[in-house]
Design a binder for this molecule. Structure first.
Ligand code: HEC
Ligand code: HEC
Ligand code: HEC
Ligand code: HEC
Ligand code: HEC
Ligand code: HEC
Ligand code: HEC
Ligand code: HEC
Ligand code: HEC
Ligand code: HEC
Ligand code: HEC
Ligand code: HEC
Length: 287
């Protein structure tokens, strides 16, 4: 800022100096009057109007002549470089500032092309880390392909269909993060029906079971991370004598699957309803 102030002071001095030289060189000095900021509007309509409407700091912190020192024909080029005043941040080392800040008289109105990534990283450093950490098809998209207006957050459903008709755009976040969409995780209150959109069979078996697993949510067993499969022992420890488990090594040999546990009352034992003899598995506990 100090640099800026001294530059402005200097440019003002130069203006005065230029005027003085002009006066000295002119044989009829009374005809020359230094150009002031209020004069510009007499010949230039748009810049003063733009600045008045959306000048932001270019309205409040600098004047026309701070940027435009001198005027044709006396001064051939009075168009400033942004870098005259903006220095000291990586962002100010970019090239062609006017690509995004299209109009210097409305500096906060920014237009973004749809292929911008590197420039965003001069200010935002976190998102690219995630995009690279878990590579997905989003990694190869440009930041501004999704954020085509600065600061705007797009909805996932702008580009993707939900997994089921009753799933809302706000719910995508429950399982996905925008910058690492394939690392699917979910909280412990995620309802079973959200899994059902892709796992119909598991959902149907589980909703029909008459065992106590019916009350256990999908995500209580398949905890936090997609594709996590628990062992039965992680919840039940070793419920039977070791000798028995040495003979029947898989819990499923007797219990079928977690979604569809066998029930031990005779009526639902396999074969019972067909009138076949029932041979319940040997067990280490009372019935
Ligand atoms: C009497 C009319 C008049 C006034 C007052 C005037 N200008 Fe201009 N300005 C012109 C004309 C005419 C041109 C085009 C000159 C040319 O193309 O050679 C011009 C060109 C410019 C340009 C473009 C220069 C370029 O290289 O393309 C800028 C910037 C500018 N004026 C800024 C200002 C500012 C700032 C003020 C007030 C301090 C101002 N003008 C006051 C008539 C004026
Ligand atoms: C922060 C610096 C800055 C300020 C303040 C500023 N301008 Fe400019 N102005 C520029 C730049 C940079 C350009 C060149 C834009 C380009 O190359 O497209 C420009 C271009 C112009 C032009 C020529 C192109 C055009 O748009 O007609 C005129 C005239 C002009 N300014 C007038 C003014 C007037 C009048 C004011 C005050 C009301 C003013 N400017 C304030 C930076 C500034
Ligand atoms: C004569 C000095 C000067 C020039 C030249 C200049 N600026 Fe600025 N600009 C300032 C000052 C002073 C501020 C307010 C303090 C700050 O943000 O550094 C500012 C602020 C801004 C802001 C933030 C606006 C706000 O209200 O927050 C943007 C964006 C900006 N400038 C872009 C540019 C671009 C792009 C150029 C070149 C086309 C440019 N400036 C040229 C002096 C200048
Ligand atoms: C790829 C687009 C892009 C380019 C190129 C670009 N900017 Fe920016 N600039 C932005 C965005 C986006 C912001 C953030 C605006 C906000 O905070 O609302 C910004 C903010 C600013 C700000 C105000 C905030 C700050 O951190 O100072 C200034 C000043 C600025 N730019 C100056 C420049 C200058 C000078 C250049 C050229 C060296 C430039 N910009 C090039 C997009 C761009
Ligand atoms: C000059 C610095 C600067 C540049 C360059 C910049 N931003 Fe920003 N961005 C900001 C600031 C400052 C904010 C507002 C502060 C905040 O909400 O975190 C912001 C906000 C955002 C937000 C909204 C954040 C939220 O939590 O709502 C998004 C999205 C965003 N920027 C994306 C981008 C993208 C994409 C680019 C490149 C096209 C970019 N930004 C370039 C400074 C910048
Ligand atoms: C502006 C469009 C856009 C937005 C917004 C968007 N995506 Fe994508 N997404 C894409 C494109 C393009 C692909 C690649 C499609 C392809 O190649 O088949 C993709 C791919 C994906 C993939 C598959 C990734 C892979 O590597 O297989 C997932 C998952 C995904 N998106 C989830 C999301 C989620 C969740 C959101 C919201 C947080 C979201 N997307 C927002 C455009 C978008
Ligand atoms: C596939 C579309 C897509 C791409 C590509 C993308 N984003 Fe995002 N971004 C989003 C969505 C959607 C959100 C909202 C996330 C949320 O609400 O949890 C977001 C959020 C943000 C935010 C707000 C803070 C945060 O991290 O949640 C910033 C800043 C941001 N993105 C910057 C970037 C930058 C920088 C890039 C490029 C390196 C980028 N984004 C690439 C879709 C995208
Ligand atoms: C209950 C968790 C969950 C929710 C909520 C969720 N997703 Fe997914 N999504 C997944 C899983 C799991 C995958 C598959 C990952 C795999 O194939 O390994 C996936 C895959 C995707 C894919 C990649 C292509 C495909 O269909 O396989 C896209 C795109 C996607 N989701 C978008 C969305 C959108 C948009 C929303 C919000 C409307 C959303 N997701 C909500 C869990 C979820
Ligand atoms: C967008 C579709 C989608 C959603 C939503 C979804 N999944 Fe999956 N899931 C898949 C796909 C695809 C596979 C891989 C199937 C394969 O490899 O045969 C899979 C595999 C699995 C596996 C098996 C892993 C293995 O090693 O066999 C489990 C467990 C699983 N999902 C649980 C869940 C749970 C719990 C939910 C709800 C929180 C859920 N899924 C939501 C698509 C989805
Ligand atoms: C995330 C923990 C968890 C996992 C993993 C788990 N269970 Fe369960 N299981 C439970 C809970 C909770 C109950 C109900 C306990 C109660 O209410 O007494 C239960 C009950 C049972 C019952 C009694 C059913 C009834 O209706 O009386 C059997 C048998 C059983 N589990 C077998 C298994 C088998 C076999 C596996 C592996 C395929 C397994 N469990 C995996 C938590 C789990
Ligand atoms: C009591 C714990 C438990 C519950 C509740 C549970 N699962 Fe599973 N799930 C398992 C176990 C353990 C396996 C491994 C196969 C086995 O031994 O049954 C499994 C396997 C799977 C598989 C792999 C393929 C298959 O179908 O066998 C998918 C997909 C799956 N579960 C999805 C779900 C969904 C969706 C829900 C909710 C509707 C759910 N699970 C409820 C424990 C559970
Ligand atoms: C040889 C067949 C067989 C095998 C193998 C087997 N079980 Fe069982 N299990 C049974 C029978 C029969 C019962 C019913 C006992 C009852 O009704 O009290 C039972 C009951 C249970 C119960 C319910 C206990 C209660 O107090 O209600 C759980 C939990 C259980 N088994 C878990 C497992 C796990 C975990 C494994 C694998 C490590 C396993 N079982 C292996 C036959 C078996």
């Amino acid at each position: 800022m100090k640099k800026l102030v001294s530059w402005i002071t200097m440019s003002a001095a130069v203006t005065v100096l230029t005027a003085a030289i002009a006066l000295a060189a002119d044989p009829a000095p009374a005809a020359k009057v230094a150009l002031g900021n209020t004069d510009c509007v007499k010949c230039h309509a748009a810049p003063p109007a733009d600045i008045a409407a959306n000048g932001a700091a270019h309205k409040s912190s600098v004047s026309c002549q701070d940027c435009h020192a001198g005027h044709r024909p006396m001064v051939k080029n009075n168009i400033p470089q942004c870098g005259q005043c903006h220095t000291g941040k990586p962002h100010y080392n970019l090239s062609a500032c006017l690509r995004c800040h299209n109009n210097p008289h409305t500096p906060k109105i920014i237009k973004l092309a749809t292929n911008i990534t590197d420039e965003c990283l001069t200010c935002h450093t976190q998102q690219i880390v995630k995009l690279k950490q878990v590579k997905s098809k989003h990694t190869s998209l440009a930041c501004s392909f999704c954020h085509n207006v600065h600061g705007k957050i797009p909805q996932c459903t702008q580009c993707h269909k939900p997994h089921s008709a009753d799933m809302t755009a706000a719910e995508c976040k429950r399982c996905h993060q925008a910058h690492m969409p394939t690392a699917v995780t979910y909280a412990s209150d995620t309802p079973n029906k959200m899994c059902a959109s892709c796992h119909k069979k598991a959902f149907e078996l589980h909703s029909k079971t008459e065992t106590k697993h019916k009350a256990v949510a999908c995500v209580t067993c398949h905890k936090e991370k997609h594709k996590m499969v628990p062992t039965c022992q992680s919840c039940h420890g070793s419920p039977h004598p070791a000798g028995m488990l040495a003979r029947f090594q898989k819990c499923g040999d007797c219990h079928n699957t977690a979604h569809d546990l066998n029930r031990w009352d005779a009526s639902v034992l396999k074969g019972a309803d067909k009138g076949e003899p029932v041979t319940p598995p040997k067990k280490g506990k009372k019935k």
